[in-house]
Design a protein around this ligand. Structure first.
Ligand code: UD1
Length: 352
């Protein structure tokens, strides 16, 4: 059976790693890279570090407005789907690459499976919210990571197509954490264990408005410990455009990290401040307290269990970051680290 995984953006490379490993020897698994992310640190480094097979094809669509980027993907993906004639198209998460692949596939009557289905922020300003909803309703098989995601799919009339498989991010995170510990990997940039915070900010709602971005940067710069700011290229270019200096106060600006470096930096930190979906969950899995600079989250379990606090007002970041460490928990809302095998079993029709 031929299965095509379509990926294009950084979080999707992380998720395809355990899937590609679980497919080995069981299916003819090919990776199609849309080229949405293209910098070495945003793309190639993940293929190298996580042992992901090289993509069969890279469409090299690059950056652009939503319409232009998605349109270029649609055209390229249609051509590749016709040429490669897969039995399943597997799409990941909620980026423009996800919705483009789902749409191109269903129009060719190719079966589509959506990994990380059923997440909802209910925030219609987020491009990802539209990408998720449209992809879920187009797809034939929906792999939900959590019970909350299953409940959303059920409410939208999609229960029959949905399967609770757990979260593949848990699979790759556990493996990488064990590797980081075995290699005694330290925090990058010589930062002292438990003596710094990790921060990432890249969402349009936090970066596009100069006043808001300035307020967030100032709040981070005033924190009492050094803040390792892992700067997405979008953050760097918008900060420069708005005339906002990032290298100020407590901030130590770094390029994006490879996955093992990211895991090491979070593991050894005193806390995380982020607007990334993946990082909220990774920090929770590593039991590192997180402050999320957004009005809501799709990963509600991290908040319910006390490890994540939502803060939309930049002035409240400092208080949230210095809150007491949450109560220990052995809850595992994101599965047991074997989600990728469950996904492959389902696709091959071998689920028990
Ligand atoms: C995309 C996803 C977002 C995800 C994020 C992970 C959509 C709508 N958004 O956002 O859900 O959380 O990826 O990182 O699909 N750029 C580079 N080099 C790169 C990639 C991007 O310089 O390799 C810069 C370009 O200036 C580009 C900007 O970053 O215009 C934004 O990139 P884009 O892929 O459009 O969206 P992300 O913000 O990365």
């Amino acid at each position: 059976m031929r299965i095509l995984s379509v990926v294009g953006a950084r979080p999707q490379f992380v998720k395809v790693a355990p899937i590609a490993a679980a497919m080995e020897g069981r299916a003819d698994h090919l990776i199609v890279h849309t080229g949405q992310h293209y910098d070495d640190l945003m793309s190639d480094v993940f293929f190298r570090d996580l042992g992901i097979p090289a993509p069969a094809v890279n469409l090299e669509v690059g950056s652009g407005s939503h319409g232009r980027q998605t349109g270029r993907m649609l055209e390229g993906l249609e051509r590749e789907f016709e040429r490669l004639s897969p039995d399943w198209v597997l799409v990941y998460g909620d980026t423009n690459s996800t919705v483009a692949a789902a749409l191109a596939a269903v129009k060719l009557h190719l079966p589509v499976a959506h990994l990380e289905a059923g997440l909802r922020s209910f925030n219609r300003r987020m491009p990802e919210e539209h990408n998720r909803v449209l992809t879920d309703h187009a797809a034939d098989l929906l792999f939900a990571p959590t019970r909350a995601a299953m409940a959303h799919l059920e409410r939208e009339g999609l229960a029959e197509r949905s399967r609770l498989v757990g979260d593949v991010m848990t699979d790759v995170l556990h493996r990488t954490r064990d590797r980081v510990l075995a290699e005694s990997r330290l925090a990058p940039h010589g930062l002292p264990a438990s003596g710094y915070y990790v921060a990432t900010i890249h969402r349009p709602d936090n970066t596009d408005d100069p006043e808001r971005l300035r307020a967030i940067v100032e709040a981070l710069a005033d924190l009492p410990l050094p803040v390792l700011l892992l700067a997405h290229p979008r953050l760097r270019s918008l900060a420069a455009q708005h005339g906002i200096l990032l290298e100020t106060g407590a901030l130590r600006v770094s390029d994006p990290l490879s996955y093992p470096e990211l895991v090491a930096s979070v593991l050894h930190s005193a806390g995380v401040v982020t607007d990334s979906g993946g990082l909220q969950k990774e920090a929770f899995l590593l039991r590192v307290p997180t402050t999320t600079v957004r009005p809501e989250t799709e990963w509600v379990e991290t908040v319910d269990l006390g490890w994540n606090v939502l803060v939309n007002d930049p002035e409240q970041i400092a208080a949230a970051v210095s809150r007491p460490v949450p109560k220990a928990t052995d809850a595992a809302p994101y599965g047991d680290g074997h989600a990728a095998e469950a996904v492959v079993d389902e696709l091959l029709g071998e689920a028990r």
